[in-house]
Design a protein around this ligand. Structure first.
Ligand code: AGP
Length: 616
């Protein structure tokens, strides 16, 4: 996610803004920039400097300048639209350079707004959605910046946390937010705005939170909060922040992984936003670069990935074969890249990668492209190698994932793959419109259901973590689309707690693994009310009969029959069968997290592991 910092007051703005951006570096970024107002007489001149790469590069540029300013905006960019570059770095400005904007979020209707503004003579210099905002504000400006920002945002669809400055109003900043965090600071030397609390802590612990569809006008003397809809003033008290800087980076969570577990509803919501009509469920996925003609030529699909991303592919296979009626292979990239491949122009290859830099997945993708395959990537990092080489990319908008153990990127991959399934099924005519809309609407409800699962989940999992935290081995069982969820649960546990864990198809138990089951062996069975419930229930009974220590994860309302299997029952809300993996994964992530934490493991940086395996 991008980082925003703004300041107006008595201090020199540059060091305040740069220090604030430095406190937001943990969020991940690919470029940075700053704009400051140099006070003149009644008007001020605005200077702007931007650089690709890390903050240090921007600081080198600033060291050569003498910027005497006490009002400015800064930004670290996590690219969502437009590759990482100096031209795409924020702050963005209007044609005159008199209005500058820093933004975190996604402007969904930026294309139509850009066409309208260009037709009116506005000249654009970047490939970003954010630049449209600067020109839109300029078009609405009539000597009142706050009113112009309000009028401009009334035309915007999507998410934003915004800082705006205008040369005609020295010392004044305007802030606004919708679906993207923004916090204001009341310091002894001035007023601050930032994407997140850490940027404010060196200067103040007195903070003011903006709610969605609210705005604020900041001057060195004060902050006025107002409704974005009508400008009505809103009273707002400050809150004193008790966090230290390290806690603040994790928003008060002990680890990034725990923060990212709880960010999943927002990550999935951001991934589907603008791609599904919330009313009808209709899916729009132009970035996949597929149309009816190219979709009709697809004879086979290969989903290519490693680790958790491979598990996402295993789940997607059920969807694609069911709804698109296309044979699907899910290949581990390190195996795929060395096999004699049956890939040609009728093969659609979908590499799945959070980082977009995994060496084996890149190598497999390149081999497939050499053999004529069409490649549509699923990736979380804009401008990563995979996205620059694939024919099309469907981005997950999970934001930077800091914890080595993938959580929000995984469920965001599932959301993106389900969207791709619906899109492909409609293009090939294998999904009826009504069915596609039903499934699309079911996906739009997932973030809310995830919130329900996460609410109080930690307390429900703690007794399990305490009871099973010293286990030597673990078996995870799932059937059908939830077999890959069992694999993912086992991977989460082993990679952060170092407990040996295996995921198995529930029906496979009697073909060997049941020999492992005794009164010492914890067995977690995924048992949602789906089409294979009875079969899986029988498998769980086989475990109970051999005194296995059962944990059952099922559907809310089914607690009574599940309790007959054992005393550890966790449930999730009922959902259409296809989408259970997005909910069942959450308790498994939390169980792995709590056990690893109890065992004193380095949850965010587990031993021997890297966040992105960029070597073979
Ligand atoms: C997942 O928890 C692991 N960190 C690992 O398996 C990861 O999923 C794998 O290395 C693939 O990474 P990628 O998605 O960035 O390609």
């Amino acid at each position: 996610m991008c980082g925003i910092v703004g300041y107006t007051g008595r201090r020199r703005a540059v060091p305040v803004i740069i220090e604030g951006l430095r406190r937001l570096e943990y969020r991940g970024y690919d470029s940075a920039g700053i704009a400051c107002a140099l006070e003149r007489a009644e008007e001020c001149e605005i200077v702007r400097h931007r650089a690709r790469g890390k903050l240090a590069r921007l600081e080198e540029i600033l060291e050569e300048q003498e910027i005497r300013s006490s009002c400015g905006l800064g930004h670290t960019r996590w690219a969502t639209h437009g590759a990482p570059s100096e031209d795409n770095a924020h702050p963005h400005c209007d044609c005159s350079g008199g209005i500058v904007v820093v933004h975190n979020g996604i402007i969904e209707n930026h294309r139509s707004l850009k066409e309208e503004l260009a037709a009116a003579g506005h000249r654009f210099t970047s490939g970003t959605d954010t630049e449209v905002l600067a020109h839109l504000i300029e078009a609405e400006l009539d000597n009142d910046l706050a009113a112009a920002v309000r009028a401009a945002l009334a035309r915007v669809e999507g998410s934003f946390a915004l800082g705006v400055m205008w040369r005609g109003a020295p010392g004044l900043l305007v802030a606004a937010r919708r679906h993207s965090p923004l916090v204001l600071g009341v310091g002894e030397s001035g007023r601050h705005l930032a994407s997140d609390i850490p940027a404010l802590l060196p200067y103040t612990r007195e903070v003011m939170f903006l709610n969605d569809d609210e705005m604020a006008v900041l001057t060195p003397e004060g902050i006025e909060v107002a409704s974005l809809a009508d400008g009505r003033p809103l009273a707002r008290r400050t809150t004193t922040v008790e966090w230290n800087a390290a806690m603040a980076e994790k928003a008060g969570y002990k680890h990034f992984m725990l923060k990212e577990i709880f960010e999943q509803p927002e990550a999935v919501s951001n991934t589907i936003r603008g791609r599904i009509d919330p009313e009808t469920g209709a899916v729009s996925l132009p970035e996949a670069g597929l149309d009816q003609e190219s979709a009709a030529t697809v004879g086979r699909i290969v989903l290519l990935a490693c680790g958790t991303s491979w598990h996402a592919g295993l789940i997607a296979r059920y969807w694609i074969e069911k709804w698109c009626r296309i044979p699907v292979e899910v290949d581990i990239a390190s195996e795929f890249r060395y096999r004699s491949l049956l890939v040609d122009s009728s093969t659609l290859v979908v590499p799945i990668s959070q980082s977009g830099e995994t060496a084996d997945t890149l190598a497999g993708m390149r081999r497939a492209m050499d053999l004529g395959a069409r490649v549509v990537a699923i990736c979380n990092v804009v401008g990563s190698t995979m996205t620059r080489e694939a024919h099309g990319t469907v981005y997950t908008h999970a934001g930077p994932e800091i914890g080595v153990a993938s959580t929000k990127a995984f469920t965001s991959q599932l959301a993106a793959l389900f969207l791709l399934t619906l899109h492909l099924g409609r293009l090939r005519g294998t999904i009826e419109l009504a069915e596609s809309h039903r499934l699309g609407r079911a996906l739009t409800r997932i973030p809310l259901l995830m919130e329900e699962v996460l609410d109080g989940l930690g307390d429900r999992i703690t007794p399990l973590a305490e009871e099973f935290g010293q286990a030597r081995d673990f078996i995870y069982l799932g059937r059908g689309i939830n077999f890959p969820v069992a694999l993912e649960g086992a991977l989460k546990l082993k990679e952060i707690s170092y407990i040996h864990a295996e995921g198995y198809p529930a029906g496979e138990l009697k073909h060997g693994p049941i020999a492992l089951v005794d009164r010492e062996m914890p067995v977690l069975a995924l048992l949602p009310r789906d089409s294979v419930y009875e079969k899986t229930f029988s498998n769980a009974e086989e475990v109970r009969a051999r005194k296995g220590r059962l944990i059952v994860v099922g559907t809310r309302g089914d607690e009574e029959p599940l309790a007959a299997l054992g005393r550890h029952v966790i449930t999730v809300p009922a959902v259409t069968e296809d989408l259970y993996p997005l909910l069942l994964s959450l308790p498994l992530q939390m169980l792995a997290y709590q056990i690893a934490n109890l065992r004193g493991c380095d949850v965010d940086q587990p031993r021997n592991l890297a966040k992105s395996v960029t070597v073979e």
